[in-house]
Design a protein. Structure first.
Length: 419
């Protein structure tokens, strides 16, 4: 680069979006720094159970190939098959298939570890909580304030910092709102060995049994023979952990609350009317529960309002850009496709800077020429999926959902897979 000043690129967040973008830039020789508020994950943390993610052609798998990781990636898949099972609340199987192929499943921890293992350690600053990002007096630069960790002035900051992004406010005043659904997640280790009758019942992939009141019992096979049970509660408020008492309940107390025949005081409904096998899934999951229940309200950005006015020096990818519920199974795919598209534009801008006597000016000019179009593609792609996700959420939690889902799966294939 003819100029001594080199563009400084910051990525906020070391989730799938930020790590994918970082690795793609690394592969292309473009310097960057990722900042994340967490400590670096340990090997022990990576052995813990996590949700399964399906990667699709044209989005997640395209990014994996661009990272030169496809062979390693495939070696980490297959613990959850692409099979789908739909049952009613009594446990009667209404639809079962073995999947159509092309959507390999990988655990979230395995994907994170895979991406992280190929990024040089010096490219990531852990335990850096971003307090504020503010425009500097220089055009398109941003000052990142990490409190006691200091500040950093950058020429481009990409917010990959998830649902509660600190970067989003630089571009839009839209904030996440509660979707009306809360997930309780339970894990059953050695599921196949310990409970073969339940393993045969839910199948080797993804299982869903909607009730008549909006609640859904879901199961997804995990790594090392485990099963993840997702209890979807349709609630009027996002504070179900507090107003139901489940947040502080012991396993025994949670069992009594969740399987009671009495409704949850109008703000939430129990699983007391579900069939014996579905209740046993809940009971077995609670037996292995240690500590407080994993209760997470699902939030989303407003459908149809994801676009922002382009601004120089700052942009968003992943959940920071298009937070939605997991009822289309596309969140990580969108995030990785965002990263792939952004890496192409950033690489072109970096090359323009290298060939110019004024590197920063050339870098900014090239970004301003291409990034608005990439953002427009992001808006169009994510709005379409956000609408699908919202429709699917309504379908899963609607009265008489089970036969409608079974018919849809049988005729058109699955509308969603949980993340």
């Amino acid at each position: 680069m003819a100029s001594t000043a080199k563009p400084q690129i910051a990525i906020i967040g070391a989730g799938p979006a930020g790590l994918t973008l970082g690795l793609l830039l690394h592969r292309q020789g473009v310097p960057f720094k990722i900042y994340d508020l967490r400590a670096r994950p340990t090997d022990e943390e990576f052995t813990q159970q996590s949700g399964m993610l399906n990667l699709n052609e044209g989005t997640g798998l395209s990014a994996i190939r661009a990272c030169n990781l496809y062979d390693e990636f495939i070696g980490l898949t297959g613990q959850c098959e692409e099979a789908d099972v739909i049952a009613d609340k009594e446990g009667n199987i209404l639809h079962a298939d073995s999947g159509s192929g092309g959507r390999p499943e990988i655990s979230r921890h395995d994907l994170t570890k895979l991406l992280l293992s190929h990024i040089p350690a010096e490219c990531i600053s852990w335990e850096h909580k971003l307090l504020q990002a503010t425009p500097s007096s220089s055009a398109s630069q941003y000052i990142l304030d990490f409190g006691s960790r200091g500040t950093s002035t950058v020429d481009l900051v990409i917010g990959a910092d998830g649902a509660w992004s600190r970067i989003r406010s630089q571009l839009t005043d839209k904030k996440p709102h509660y979707s009306g659904v809360t997930f309780i997640t339970l894990t059953i280790p050695d599921f196949t060995t310990r409970y073969p009758h339940l393993a045969e019942f839910v199948g080797p992939g993804t299982f869903a049994a909607p009730g008549d009141d909006g609640n859904v019992v879901m199961c997804q096979r995990g790594v090392r023979g485990a099963a993840r049970i997702y209890l979807a509660l349709k609630t009027t408020e996002d504070g179900v952990a507090e107003f139901s008492g489940l947040g502080k309940a012991t396993a025994a107390e949670a069992k009594d609350k969740l399987l009671s025949l009495e409704s949850g005081d109008g703000r939430w409904m129990t699983f007391g009317t579900f069939g014996p096998k579905l209740q046993e899934l809940i009971i077995r999951g609670l037996e292995d529960q240690s500590g407080p229940l994993d209760i997470k309200p699902l939030y989303m950005l407003p459908v149809g309002q994801l676009a922002w006015q382009h601004k120089a020096g700052v942009s968003l990818i992943g959940d920071a850009a298009h937070l939605m519920t997991p009822f289309a199974g596309e969140g990580v795919n969108l995030a990785m496709r965002d990263a792939l598209d952004f890496s192409t534009v950033i690489k072109s801008a970096w090359d323009a800077a290298n060939g110019s006597s004024n590197g920063l000016k050339a870098f900014n000019g090239a970004l301003e020429s291409a990034l608005p179009d990439i953002e427009k593609q992001l808006f169009e792609r994510s709005e379409e999926t956000a609408e699908e996700t919202w429709r699917n959420l309504g379908l899963f939690t609607s009265p008489g959902a089970a036969p409608k889902l079974a018919e849809l799966f049988s005729s058109h294939g699955p509308p969603a897979e949980m993340e």
